[in-house]
Design a binder for this molecule. Structure first.
Ligand code: C2O
Length: 548
């Protein structure tokens, strides 16, 4: 591989959407941010310089960071933030993966405006395992708030209520004509009849899973989270925050002077209010020269998307995603398991501080937890504390392997849904083979949670609705071609089982990729200790690693 250099200047930029101008935090003044391109095997050196008054970190979402955990980016997990006027050089090599990923800020809610695509091409002269596209186009979904996003989350955290929902969804930063004052801010994909396009779909939205469809066209899914899958055709793609999906779009052989609408709206089952608007863009066919400019345009037809709460569709779609599992791209599914974990992922409540009024039920604050632990970020970075053996007072290795209160989804919800707080981790010896079942609870309404794991890809062994049954469900586990990913939706009122091999020493964050749930505490960390060999140890931190 080669070494590729990028510089990310974090600076403010005025951007106008929905007829209002606001100053947002950007990389190099661009919104959405610049695209990073590399080939499998390349080294990336990305210098991030912070020119704004906020603390910043950048995460390379889905990059495995093999023995390069210092470059992973989540604030207070692998690094202290880059403060105003400071810089940090992210240094990592892309190995063993190719496809679409994305980068985003990993502190507070700054990723609302700080995000962009990562495109990892196969090694030189290595073709895709599917028809070579004519060209490739990133399609990045986001959310837009008229208000300042930092203010929104700060208000929510102080009041204990739900944060304001966004004012629009966006495709490549553009809300599209269904929103007021947005008829010109529309994403247009221009295509030539008969050609094949690779669309690199990225859900960078903060709080919403999305259904996406293009009118009158079907899509062939060929990759998910930078791992090839067995190609399958679909009309609608479901994509959760943190997921990336590559699809092939074949333009109609003859479509003179026609425009088709592409649209995305949320998949949401929760009781909380969500932005139920629709973002649209246009798929425009190049006009054949033989046609006069004034020929009749076909009417614009909006594609029909599944209902907001269509969990059946969501389950069906997710089950179609299977590893390619070919000779060239085998699925390395762990066949034996060293340690089993069962995590409940839930919303809950915490007490309102004295002399304060809170907006949660019965004057409480909304919270979220894994096994009833609402994770508290420390004041220093966990990875430094671990590496220098200074965990005392920073974190404790007593994260529960099982829920403290036996959980029964079909039973009456527990009366006490107050969370406990702590900075607790699970310590894993190098090369532990882990099986983890995550169960959504109905404690405050059933809701799907897109869980994201840093540092690893995992295999999705099975998923189901209702209670996970440890006696019978493991018989259904897919040991042959399960989806390999970094983000999976824990089904609303259901469960998902994953496996991964802890072959990457460091501290690895796991959290719901709905930013509001992460803020409320739906997060935890795995500490993977060094192995014996030189290639099984995490090297010391770079000298410019930010200090807290
Ligand atoms: Cu995409 Cu921890 O994040």
């Amino acid at each position: 591989g080669v070494t590729r250099h990028y510089q990310f200047d974090i600076k403010l930029q005025n951007v106008t959407r929905l007829c209002q101008t606001k100053s947002i935090v950007t990389v190099n003044g661009q919104f959405p941010g610049p695209r990073i391109i590399a080939r499998e095997g390349d080294r990336l050196l990305i210098k991030v310089v912070n020119h704004v008054q906020y603390n910043v970190t950048i995460h390379w979402h889905g990059i495995r960071q093999l023995r390069s955990g210092w470059a992973d980016g989540p604030a207070y997990i692998t690094q202290c933030p880059i403060q105003t006027g400071q810089s940090y050089l992210y240094n990592f090599t892309v190995s063993g993966q190719r496809g679409t990923l994305f980068w985003h800020a990993h502190i507070s809610w700054l990723r609302a405006t700080l995000y962009g695509p990562i495109v990892i091409l196969p090694r030189k002269h290595v073709p895709y395992p599917f028809p070579q596209p004519f060209t490739e186009v990133p399609i990045v979904f986001g959310e837009w708030w008229k208000a300042d996003t930092e203010t929104i989350i700060n208000q929510a955290m102080q009041s204990g209520g739900a944060p304001n929902i966004s004012d629009a969804y966006t495709i490549n930063g553009l809300p599209g004509p269904l929103y007021n004052c947005s008829s010109k801010d529309v994403f247009k994909l221009k295509v030539k009849p008969g050609k094949t396009y690779l669309l690199r779909l990225i859900n960078a939205a903060l709080n919403d899973e999305l259904f996406f469809r293009i009118a009158n066209h079907s899509l062939t899914v060929v990759e998910a989270d930078a791992a090839y899958v067995k190609p399958f055709k679909t009309d609608t793609v479901l994509i959760t925050p943190g997921q990336t999906t590559n699809v092939l779009l074949r333009a109609m052989p003859r479509a003179p002077n026609a425009t088709f609408v592409m649209a995305a709206h949320p998949y949401a089952t929760g009781p909380a209010a969500f932005d139920n608007t629709t973002v649209t863009g246009f798929l425009e066919y190049e006009r054949p020269k033989s046609l006069k400019a004034k020929s009749r345009k076909l009417p614009l037809l909006r594609p029909k998307l599944p209902k907001f709460n269509d969990t059946a569709y969501s389950m069906k779609f997710n089950r179609k995603i299977r590893s390619l599992a070919s000779a060239k791209f085998p699925a390395k599914v762990p066949q034996k398991v060293d340690r089993r974990f069962f995590f409940t992922v839930s919303l809950g409540l915490r007490p309102c501080p004295e002399n304060q009024t809170c907006q949660g039920p019965n004057n409480t604050k909304l919270a979220a937890s894994v096994n009833n632990v609402s994770f508290v970020l420390p004041n220093t970075a966990l990875l430094q504390a671990h590496f220098f053996n200074k965990s005392k007072g920073v974190y404790t290795p007593d994260f529960p392997s099982n829920p403290p209160i036996k959980f029964n989804y079909t039973g009456t919800p527990p009366k006490n849904i107050m969370v406990t707080s702590g900075t607790k981790v699970v310590a894993l010896p190098f090369n532990t083979s882990v099986e983890l079942v995550m169960q959504d609870t109905s404690v405050i309404g059933a809701e799907s949670h897109p869980l994201h794991l840093h540092g690893f890809n995992f295999f999705v062994m099975a998923q189901g609705i209702g209670n996970f049954d440890p006696k019978n469900d493991p018989a259904e586990f897919n040991l042959v071609d399960p989806a390999e990913r970094n983000t999976v939706g824990v089904p609303s009122g259901g469960w998902v089982a994953i496996r991964f091999l802890a072959d990457n020493p460091g501290v690895w964050f796991m959290h719901c990729h709905l930013e509001v749930h992460t803020s409320w505490g739906l997060k935890m960390a795995w500490v993977v200790t060094d192995g014996k060999g030189r290639k099984q140890k995490l090297p010391p931190p770079p000298s410019d690693l930010p200090k807290c």
